[in-house]
Design a protein around this ligand. Structure first.
Ligand code: UDP
Length: 323
């Protein structure tokens, strides 16, 4: 069976990837420094199929034995994280990607980089296809993430071209699902938890900015297809169903049956005004498109948030908003 290393294994997406490959019978090594990851996300995975190594991938990575695949998913991933962990965000995208690529070269492993729609910045083209070079402010608060990921893409292509490492790059658009950190500041856990607790829904700006939300099982399927493909150029994976943040707030209120009201807060610096993936490439090369609709995906995700809030004593287990 293939042997796979997943960095950022205790994170939201990393942990779902661990599940996928453990269930397929692969030998999975999960690596994480638990800075923003949560060990509970992978607590159900056990030896002999799964091994956890606590390690910060900005330092030399040592893995004993052979490796067939390396999935590099380690990074803080929410705008609040970038503000609180700017240096770590830059280091893991830059130094961490270098270390993970060095390991891929040493082991002859196929390497997949988790890149991002943030590579397009506040886009001047809409929707975004992979040939668009982006509109990123290098010195703004989000620059630490955007530029680290853009550097990571450049480093990945350099290892591919110069060292002949077999590489893949996925540009991940807004994704949601169970195991998102409830207080990571991103819009899905923010609105979801606010609605469940009956607190005001904090729409930043007038809420006219758009996002397109992909359910995590669809994303993981797309990543797996890309990993198994022979395609080296970046591929967008995301759900093209675009909506305004204000409409998203209304949808959350409606699904939870919450009494929460919308309140407006200042728009963060450099917040992209629009975002929607062009998934023509993923469709034609990977035969991939998302299957899970927003309502179904949100119901699963809200059930998870509800469990977490009940465990924390923030809402009662019986009844309450959205129960
Ligand atoms: N947002 C919001 N209220 C919140 C959190 C986020 O209105 O409590 C907005 C944010 O300004 C952005 C969108 O929701 O326009 C998505 O934000 P998120 O942090 O999820 O990720 P982004 O897509 O900006 O990377």
């Amino acid at each position: 069976m293939p042997r796979i290393l997943i960095t950022g294994a205790a994170g939201f997406i990393g942990s779902h990837l661990c599940d996928l490959y453990v269930n397929r019978g692969y030998d999975v090594i999960g690596m994480d420094n638990l800075l923003t990851g949560n060990i509970d996300n992978i607590a159900h995975l056990t030896e002999p199929n799964f091994h956890f190594i606590k390690h910060d991938v900005t330092n030399y990575i040592y893995v004993k034995g052979e490796l067939d695949y390396i999935l590099h998913f380690a990074s803080p991933a929410s705008p609040i994280d970038y503000l609180e962990l700017p240096i770590q965000t830059l280091k893991v995208g830059a130094l961490g990607t270098h270390k993970a690529l060095g390991l891929a070269k040493e082991k002859g492993a196929r390497f997949l980089l988790a890149s991002t729609s943030e590579a397009y910045g506040d886009p001047l083209e809409h929707p975004q296809n992979e040939d668009y070079w982006g509109n990123v402010n290098p010195i703004g608060p989000r620059g630490v993430y955007d530029e680290a990921k853009r550097f990571a893409e450049a480093m990945t292509m350099a290892y591919h071209r110069f060292h002949k490492v077999d590489t893949r790059i996925v540009r991940i658009f807004n994704t949601y699902g169970p195991r998102m950190r409830i207080r990571d500041g991103r819009v899905v856990p923010a609105f979801g938890s606010q609605a469940l607790m009956g607190e005001p829904i904090t729409v930043f700006g007038d809420g006219s900015q758009t996002r397109s939300f992909c359910y995590v099982s669809d994303l993981v399927d797309g990543i797996d297809r890309l990993l198994m493909s022979e395609y080296v150029e970046p591929v967008n994976i995301g759900n093209p169903a675009e909506m305004t943040i204000l409409d998203f707030a209304k949808t959350i209120i409606e699904i939870t049956g919450s009494t929460s009201q919308v309140v407006h807060k200042p728009l963060p610096v450099d917040d992209p005004k629009v975002r929607q993936p062009d998934i023509t490439r993923a469709k034609s090369i990977l035969g991939w498109e998302p299957k899970v609709g927003l309502r179904e995906g949100l119901e699963n995700t809200l059930a998870y948030f509800r469990e977490v809030l009940v465990a924390e004593g923030k809402i009662s287990g019986e009844g309450g908003a959205g129960a």
